[in-house]
Design a binder for this molecule. Sequence first.
Ligand code: PLP
Length: 398
Amino acid sequence: MAKKENKFEGYGVSTQAVHTGTDYDAETGAVRRPLHMANSYKLPDDLSTVNYSSTDLLFYSRNGNANQHWLEEKVAALYGADDAIVFASGVGALHALFWTLLKSGDRVIYPNVSYMAVYRMFHELFNQKFGVETVMVDMTDLSAVEKAVTDGTRLVHIETPDNPTVGITDIAAVAEIAHRHGALLSVDNTFASPLNQKPLDLGADFVVDALTKYFNGHGDAQGGAVISNDLEMMDRIRYEAQVNVGAVISPFNAWQIFRGSVTFPLRMQRINTTSQFVAEWLEQRENVTFVSYPGLSSNPGHEVAKKQMHNGYGGVISFGLNTDDKTVEKFCAALKVVTFAVSLGHDESLIFPQPSYDERIHLYPEQFQNGFIRFSIGLEEPDDIICDLDQALKAVGL
Ligand SMILES: *Cc1c(COP(=O)(O)O)cnc(C)c1O
């Protein structure tokens, strides 16, 4: 496929969030493009030209559907990128990228802190099933990255800020190391979102964004995207992963995420501000053992974050309580404004404990071993969030 069209290139991000990917409906003149729930589209009269593994001709919804393509225009625009492919989930997007780039005998470097499915893919699946050499590294330590990336390494994958410790990796520095050894760099940018961080501008080759989170922002649809300027490789991903593995997004979910993403910059600005406010409040609190948020000057990643995150530091705060797993659960259950559930980037604030028996807890820095909680800030009144945390801490005697 060619570079995605963006008639609003050069306009501000809010203007692009409103106007890209949409137009008057050709048939009715409606100011919204329709939701097309069709599996099939009319074939051309002359079938001799049809390539059934292609994605640009609309003929079957796994090969591409109209709502998917319109959302791809918006995702590419908000990343200032030439191309984006939208999948059924963030993990579907990650898998599509890894599946297409890697083959037996390739070497991939992946972070010791990452989204769970990335850990599974590289800790037990791609290595054991397909003979990919997978090397886990602390990406916040550039000398460790330098040692791990050898000539012939195919891919370095990073996540910054990372899930769930909110650690920061220096994207430009890792890009330089990767490229010097002939490796590609992919960045999971879900926590930062394109309002705060654009990894392609810092040297990354591919970006993955779980649209389920900030892009959609309303907690009611799942999706994920691969974003890149490498049009040739993007077409390989379409062919190998979208058409022939099939994690295609449903038109309804694409439509839903499209609608949610119109307000994305506005929501993200608000979330950046509230998160900074809540992180600073938590840091003052007596029984809070640590607060991991890149906007805090006390944070070890703060200087790097300042360099690579433009508008703010995102909406996830990890913190610790000076107590046991059971009391952490009681604290979460005592919250009235904040929702006790997994996920992040919704309109509502979400809280999710990371208990001391979690199988990956030993991979995290020392302070995260006990009383560790992941907190995703939502759009509620900032004072209400703080009052809620305060009453729940008191309710469990903290
Ligand atoms: C949620 C998340 C994903 C996966 O997205 P799904 O839509 O749940 O598959 C990937 N990476 C990060 C950092 C995430 O937070």
